[in-house]
Design a protein. Structure first.
Length: 505
């Protein structure tokens, strides 16, 4: 290791990091960031079950009500990479706490909104605050932990990501049931306020400061190019339910061109010795980063969309209440939570194989659920499917947490915020594609046949195709990793005398 902190900004991504001194408060600090992260990710899905009530209480059109969900997702994704870079350059603790304060204030504003316009504006601001907060979570794990402890910490982080995404409908349904139909949706936002205030107070005491190293420059043009590119890709998706895909298709090639310009600028900055917003060497020299980003993006396309499909099937097809609909997918959330914590302890030993097994489990679980809901009697099918959904949840816990660990574990701490922001941007883009495409496919099939079970099977089948693509990428990386790590088959004497093997040992 190097003792020079001042030179940290000039090293390559794979260079050694500064000497590590364990923070005595690191585990308590981790729980503060996880609570805040849980709130921000839960708010992606928790509002979906309340949209009909919001639309009725505020006399909003379907398109206006949809912006309560899609607007949050849009600004969340736009902020991630820039927020991560600012955290790396300045002080992760300060940015995290400021963003958390903003999240609390805008949550209260959402709950108190007197009309749909102010609610949408408050949700856009809330999503921006969440986007500034999110990359600091993974970056603080990089900063606070090393070795096996980092794997455990990312295991808890992965469990938070999985549980928050899967439990949104459950928590939203429960809050609506407790608060009542009349303005009960407001408590979905108000509940963030006391939890957020407590997290701010604890964070001020427990979170470590980031050592400044003169890397405060931010590529403003890069921020604009990345923001415009991500916006162009996501805006048609968040407008999908109001015909955005057909009306705004031209934004996809425009977004791709703008992002190509962004990548070219980042390479030029590196060549000139400048400070890029997102160092392209993350994808070319940091082991596992590019593959992990691809695996995560493909997985979230399928993973994020299935919850809206299940909600539509249970509530509209079977007449379930929001709470009962949420309880029907609880086995998946429970399996994911338990497996993610265990996976954090196994990832150092099993590596990418853990992700491969997890993806296989998700495919078996969701595929089996689709078949049971298609062919079993509808009055018992959701409960018969519960054990199979639990298997899918266990598989998911072995995907999200280990993939985050393997994607970020070799990233230098000085680049951890930008790397975490880019990884989550890919996941948010994947989630936007999934939440637009899968319900759209569900409605398309439903319009042709009025067969809720058939529409469910087709939509889940599309999700499984993306998960199979993620599995193929993960399996390819696992095989490549085995070839590079295992010595060629030799007799014991040859292996012992092999200088390459001796160095590896």
């Amino acid at each position: 290791m190097t003792a020079s902190a001042s030179a940290a900004g000039d090293r390559d991504p794979g260079a050694p990091e500064d000497e590590y001194q364990p923070d005595p408060h690191r585990w308590r600090a981790l729980w503060v960031t996880l609570v805040a992260g849980f709130m921000s990710l839960l708010d992606v899905t928790i509002v979906a079950v309340a949209l009909p009530t919001v639309q009725k209480d505020l006399d909003a059109s379907p398109a206006q009500a949809q912006w309560v969900v899609s607007g949050y997702t849009l600004t969340f994704a736009l902020a991630l990479v820039t927020a991560g870079r600012l955290g790396d350059a300045l002080d992760r603790r300060r940015i995290f706490l400021l963003a958390l304060c903003g999240f609390v204030v805008f949550s209260a504003a959402c709950g108190a909104a007197p009309d749909i316009t102010l609610l949408v504006v408050a949700r856009l601001a809330q999503g921006l605050a969440a986007g500034f907060m999110a990359p600091q979570n993974s970056a603080l794990i990089q900063q606070l932990f090393r070795g096996a402890e980092r794997g455990r910490a990312f295991g808890y982080f992965g469990a938070t990501v999985g549980i928050s995404s899967a439990s949104g409908p459950i928590v939203g349904g429960a809050l609506l049931a407790l608060a009542g139909d009349q303005n009960g949706w407001r408590w979905i936002f108000y509940v963030n306020v006391p939890i957020g205030v407590l997290a701010v107070l604890l964070g001020r005491r427990l979170l470590p400061r980031t050592r400044r190293s003169g890397r405060g420059q931010v590529d403003v043009l890069g921020v604009l190019l990345l923001g415009l590119g991500v916006f162009a890709l996501m805006y048609p998706l968040v407008q999908a339910e109001s015909g955005g895909l057909a009306r705004l298709w031209w934004m996809f090639p425009v977004g791709a061109l703008v992002l190509a310009g962004f990548v070219r600028r980042q390479y030029r900055l590196v060549a000139r010795g400048g400070k890029p917003l997102l160092d392209p060497r993350l994808f070319t020299t940091v082991r596992g980063y590019a593959v992990g980003a691809g695996v995560g993006t493909l997985y979230f396309i399928g993973f994020s969309g299935v919850w809206l499909v299940f909600a539509l099937f249970y509530q509209h097809g079977l007449g379930f209440s929001p709470l009962r609909s949420g309880l029907a997918v609880t086995p998946f959330a429970l399996g994911s939570a338990g497996a993610a914590v265990v996976a954090g302890r196994l990832v150092d030993r099993l590596g990418r194989l853990l992700t491969v097994c997890g993806l296989a489990g998700v495919i078996v679980g969701l595929g089996g659920t689709a078949l049971l809901l298609r062919f079993a009697p509808l009055d018992v099918a959701p409960w018969i499917a519960a054990p199979v959904m639990f298997i899918g949840g266990v598989g998911s816990g072995f995907v999200v947490s280990p993939n985050i660990t393997m994607t970020l574990r070799d990233v230098p701490v000085r680049m951890a915020g930008a790397a975490g922001g880019a990884l989550q941007t890919g996941q948010r883009l994947g989630a936007a594609v999934g939440t637009a495409a899968l319900p759209g496919l569900f409605y398309l099939m439903l319009g042709r046949s009025d067969d809720y079970q058939g529409a469910l099977v087709i939509a889940l089948g599309a999700a499984l195709v993306m998960m199979l693509a993620s599995l193929a990428l993960a399996a390819s990386d696992w095989r490549r990793d085995r070839r590079t790590r295992e010595p060629h088959r030799k007799c014991p004497e040859e292996v012992a005398n092999d200088p390459v093997h001796a160095r590896q040992g």
